[in-house]
Design a protein around this ligand. Sequence first.
Ligand SMILES: Cc1cc2nc3c(=O)[nH]c(=O)nc-3n(C[C@H](O)[C@H](O)[C@H](O)COP(=O)(O)OP(=O)(O)OC[C@H]3O[C@@H](n4cnc5c(N)ncnc54)[C@H](O)[C@@H]3O)c2cc1C
Length: 414
Amino acid sequence: MSATEAQTTAEPKFTLELTQDQKDVRDWVHGFAENVVRPVASEWDEREETPWPIIKEAAKIGLYGFEGMAQFFADETGLLLPVVNEELFWGDAGIGMALMGTSLAVAAIFGQGTPEQIGEWIPLCFGTVEEPAVAAFCASEPNAGSDVSNIRTTAKYDEVTKEWVLNGQKAWATNGGIAGVHVIIASVDPVLKSRGHAGFIVPPDTPGLTMGTKVKKHGLRASHTSDVFLDDCRIPVACVLGGKERLDERLARVREGKKSKSQAAMATFEATRPTVGAQALGIARAAYEYALAYAKDREQFGRAIIENQAIAFTLADMKMEIDAARLLVWRAAWMGRTGQKFENAEGSMSKLKASEVAVWVTERAIQILGGNGYTREYPVERWHRDAKIYTIFEGTSEIQRLVIARSISGLHIQ
Ligand SMILES: Cc1cc2nc3c(=O)[nH]c(=O)nc-3n(C[C@H](O)[C@H](O)[C@H](O)COP(=O)(O)OP(=O)(O)OC[C@H]3O[C@@H](n4cnc5c(N)ncnc54)[C@H](O)[C@@H]3O)c2cc1C
């Protein structure tokens, strides 16, 4: 076989071309974002309420639900999940988060649960097509945001009733209190700090779990955020993620001074960072596209404002930064799905870059729209408000830099 023949018959080893199936799903989600989400985005932002009618619409077409999510997760390249998130959040980030907030709890159960727990609880996170539900993942506390090791919520095992008893307060939980299933990160042994943490599933309507005051936010306002209180909240022994036996073994290893494989909250964040980056990308792309069209249309000094280099170069940079961020997101998603080791905190890189690009691009979009950009008559101010949370939740920009710095240096940088 000649070299040319070998080239044409060999399987391509590397491609950034999406498969036809991936493109079909992307276009399907884009259609939903454009036709169902966009037209009502401003309304739900103003209402600051969970958009249940949109969640129901998404459930009806299979975009919100166990099967849809399983399909996105199952894609062997890992790219489908970020692609879906980018399209949905291009439509609107508040509504996007109302639909995707559940996936944080799902990722925790999927990543740390036993096969039985995955089969039992993940479908319940979404509810049914007729009656969809949302789920919440609660790690943060008033005094444990970036410093997850400071979690004070406790889980004590009651030998008599064979139940876990949870006590504490969770802060800023997406879907907190309105969720069916809550995943709670709690300390089983406070002496061990984060190595003594475990994830617990609180089933729907469990007494002792209550919602605090709903948080009023700068952006992402169609997504519900609230404190969650746990007051002698009793759950069955089987509700600890991974099972009690495995937890006891892990804690015993840690007490003997041996290495423990997982830290409950960190394990969930590592897996979800590229997806969160993709959400930020969706917002950035929306703002870039809007600003590009506006700049071609708006005339000052007798010409379209895009004919000024100051505007055209800004748009060129916006496009380049978005594309660069997407490459980092896709790389991390592919690495995560195909089991590559994150040697240099590539997951953190993707989330950090995409979130900072989203804040910058949306701010530039306001500038390009001038006075109009600053008003609520145009969507770019909302996109800017929505983008800002991405440099804060799932690890602030500073924490992502810390993770990357520690990873590349092998040193415990403070
Ligand atoms: C809308 C929204 C939704 C959320 N959803 C969830 C959710 O579903 N589940 C959940 O568990 N949590 C959720 N959170 C909480 C979120 O993850 C935290 O707000 C975030 O981790 C930051 O913690 P903090 O707010 O306590 O900030 P802090 O940790 O107090 O940080 C304040 C500032 O100090 C900086 N800083 C802190 N430590 C260091 C350091 N060592 N070096 C350098 N700088 C440092 C930070 O980068 C930041 O700039 C949500 C928050 C919001 C606002």
